[in-house]
Design a protein around this ligand. Structure first.
Ligand SMILES: Nc1ncnc2c1ncn2[C@@H]1O[C@H](COP(=O)(O)OP(=O)(O)OP(=O)(O)O)[C@@H](O)[C@H]1O
Length: 251
């Protein structure tokens, strides 16, 4: 599904190398988690995959089902099936949540040469998905994320993901700021989307999220590279011992 090879990324504005040779291979249907100390490059990886400005790829590649993502515009990456749930979801005053969801869905359909969804079908779909995430109708009418609590914003990200049905879902610290119940809701939302043809890359600092979204593979990122890959036990090791031992092994 997603193949990242020797990815090197620097900041466009200054001569600072952030990713220093990331290799990652995620097969269809797999859930991978990335953990790692603050500032190791986890969010940068998710931004570069989705095409955010400000970063320069100096070496390497990232393909989604064999197609080079790094040469596509952000909207083309989304239409190809990539989705990023932000660590800090943005507020969009003046744009209703429903309008945003429907416009995003139809824009992707258009790029894929598909017909627009009818107003009736959209309404049915959004109400059904919102209900499972306990997002009430009033929140759907408000401007995107404006005045939403931290947890509501994160649930709204998962609603976007559920509506767009991407193939490759990247979740950047979706658990931060969530209370225990909201975390379970988000995890249930993710688990409901798990399927043979859909993969997940879950960036998190906490093992507890991985109790709910069970990963197949766990990677540790440090200093711009993946320094260790293992199973779910690796997340437990980090929870118990921190990163010091892993970093020492690396040096
Ligand atoms: N636009 C930018 N301008 C300046 N520095 C940046 C920029 N983007 C990233 N960096 C730096 O790159 C490094 C990696 O940042 P990144 O946000 O990817 O780390 P992270 O692993 O996601 O951290 P955290 O766990 O704290 O969220 C940090 O040192 C950060 O300050």
């Amino acid at each position: 599904m997603l193949e990242i090879r020797n990815l090197h990324v620097k900041l466009e504005e200054e001569d600072k190398q952030i990713l220093k040779g990331v290799d990652l291979s995620i097969k269809a249907g797999e859930v991978h988690a990335i953990m790692g100390p603050n500032g190791s490059g986890k969010s940068t990886l998710s931004y570069v995959l989705s095409g955010r400005d400000g970063y320069e790829v100096t070496e390497g590649s990232a393909t989604l089902e064999g197609e080079e993502l790094l040469e596509m515009e952000p909207e083309e990456r989304a239409a190809a099936g990539l989705f990023l749930a932000f660590q800090y979801p943005v507020e969009i005053p003046g744009v209703g949540n429903m309008t945003f969801l429907r416009t995003a869905l139809n824009a992707q359909r258009k790029l894929r040469g598909e017909d627009e969804i009818s107003a009736g079908d959209f309404l049915k779909l959004v109400r059904e998905k919102a209900k499972t995430l306990k997002i009430d109708a009033e929140m759907l009418k408000r401007p995107v994320n404006v005045g939403f609590s931290g947890g509501e914003k994160k649930r709204n990200e998962i609603l976007q993901m559920a509506m767009l049905e991407p193939k490759m879902c990247v979740l950047d610290e979706t658990d931060s700021g969530l209370d225990v119940d909201a975390m379970k809701l988000v995890a249930e939302g993710v688990n409901a989307l798990r399927s043979e043809g859909r993969s997940f890359l879950v960036i998190t600092h906490y093992q507890r999220l991985l109790d709910h979204i069970k990963p197949d593979v766990v990677h540790i990122m440090a200093n711009g590279r993946i320094i260790k890959t293992g199973g779910p036990e690796l997340a437990l090791e980090v929870e118990n011992n921190g990163y010091a031992n892993l970093l020492a092994e690396e040096n």
